[in-house]
Design a binder for this molecule. Structure first.
Ligand code: ACO
Length: 390
């Protein structure tokens, strides 16, 4: 076998792979993707089966611990999450200082990092840290939303299941009884599951990279949230709806927009299309489309955006450019339609994605520590000046 370290010492040989298009940087047993066949497994289980048989909390347990929980384990896990869902009152004051126009992803990332200042790292067991964050991130997300829309802070309801509680924390209005809608809870729970892990995407690798330098869990997750914010990554869910609205506003000529995406002189891309790994349908996108259709129908909404999205998909997947480049709808293409049906504003879409991705990020952080991975430190090819004098 080639000894890469020796080869490098002797020849200066390094691999050059911008965007890590073909570089494996970890051995992981959390999720598996076959991009050609459109397969996604969490700990070996097809995501299609998990969606049917498991809740988001069971999926989180699976990702973090490697196996699905039995009843006792699930109860213990759920109760702990309920126990940890309060946050320090100073966080409310800090939240108040953010300008209202600041993007919720920036606020969520900052508050997650700030949690470190109010966490007793010495006395909390590492296993409990994961549960603290699973409990607290929805509270921070709900507070961020409520500040944005001018509602007073809400508190977690310990009697409710995770996703029902999340919805209640978002939408409850003072002095009014909040009615749980099982259709909405079910759609959101499934959406959280579909976002829960996706091997070495940009944000997960960011979390692992920070963890490899021994950055604490909350700060590592805060960086993952920032990475997810980008429009080429999780931020695409907001960008998709904005694009679809623009198509409608400009007269609904889909072909014009598809041509624009193909024009190499135009930086515009069809948002919600294409993926680094999937060269076939993203299996999550297929399920998200079905959930979107179901929720729109069950809630009796007429949504021209869903109709437009379906037409756009049909045109794009038959276009030779998209066929040649193997560009298919990804998870972000239809997810915004569901969020809108639930009543979540566009700039909160990526926050919802972050809530779903949290167990995956934490499972990777944990795995990286258990594997005792070395600090992540890529190389570069220097193309600047040779040594020169001032
Ligand atoms: N619209 C038009 N052309 C596209 C698109 C698109 N959405 N995506 C890729 N292409 C083209 C590129 O221009 C490139 O063409 P070229 O070979 O002529 O240069 C080719 O397809 C390959 O694209 P790359 O950018 O090299 O592929 P990469 O794997 O680096 O990027 C990415 C993947 C970022 C997802 C890209 O497809 C994209 O920008 N999509 C739109 C944004 C989006 O939906 N992001 C969400 C991804 S899923 C997630 O992160 C949760």
């Amino acid at each position: 076998a080639i000894n890469i370290s020796k080869l490098r010492e002797n020849t200066g040989f390094i691999t050059f792979d911008p965007g890590f298009k073909n570089t494996g940087i970890v051995k992981s047993s959390i999720s598996f993707i076959d991009g050609e066949k459109g397969i996604l497994l969490y700990r070996g289980y097809p995501v299609e089966q998990i969606i049917k048989k498991c809740s988001f909390i069971e999926t989180s347990y699976l990702l973090l611990n490697g196996e699905l929980p039995n009843t006792e384990q699930l109860n213990f896990f759920s109760e702990k999450i309920k126990e940890f869902n309060s946050i320090n009152h100073k966080i409310y004051q800090i939240l108040d200082k953010f300008p209202v126009f600041y993007h919720p992803m920036g606020i969520l990332s900052s508050l997650t990092c700030i949690l470190t200042a109010f966490t007793d790292y010495i006395n909390i067991k590492e296993e409990d840290m994961f549960l603290h964050l699973l409990a607290k991130l929805p509270v921070l997300a709900a507070l961020t939303y409520r500040k944005k829309v001018g509602l007073p802070p809400s508190y977690a309801d310990k009697d409710l299941y995770y996703t029902s509680n999340l919805l209640k924390m978002f939408f409850s209005i003072p002095k009014k009884c909040y009615q749980i809608n099982p259709i909405i809870t079910d759609a959101l729970d499934k959406l959280l599951i579909l976002h829960a892990d996706h091997e070495q995407n940009c944000s997960t690798t960011t979390v692992r990279l920070l963890g490899s330098a021994y950055v604490g869990l909350f700060s590592s997750i805060s960086s993952g949230i920032s990475a997810l914010w980008g429009r080429l990554h999780g931020g695409a869910n907001q960008a998709v709806i904005e694009m679809l609205e623009n198509i409608i506003k400009s007269g609904g000529n889909i072909n014009k927009w598809v041509d624009k995406a193909k024009d190499k002189k135009d930086p515009f891309r069809l948002m919600g299309f294409g993926h680094r790994i999937y060269k076939n349908f993203d299996p999550r996108a297929k399920i998200v489309k079905k959930i979107a259709e179901k929720i729109i129908c069950e809630l009796g909404i007429h949504d021209p955006i869903l109709e437009l999205a379906k037409k756009l998909e049909k045109i794009a997947i038959q276009d030779p450019y998209f066929i040649e480049k193997k560009l298919y709808p990804n998870i972000d293409f239809y997810s915004g339609i569901i969020y809108q049906a639930i009543g979540i504003p566009k700039d909160m879409f990526t926050v919802m994605f972050a809530l779903g991705r949290l167990p995956g990020w934490m499972a990777h952080w944990k795995e990286m520590r258990l594997n005792q991975e070395p600090i992540g430190r890529p190389r570069q090819i220097y193309i600047g000046y040779k040594k020169r004098n001032i």
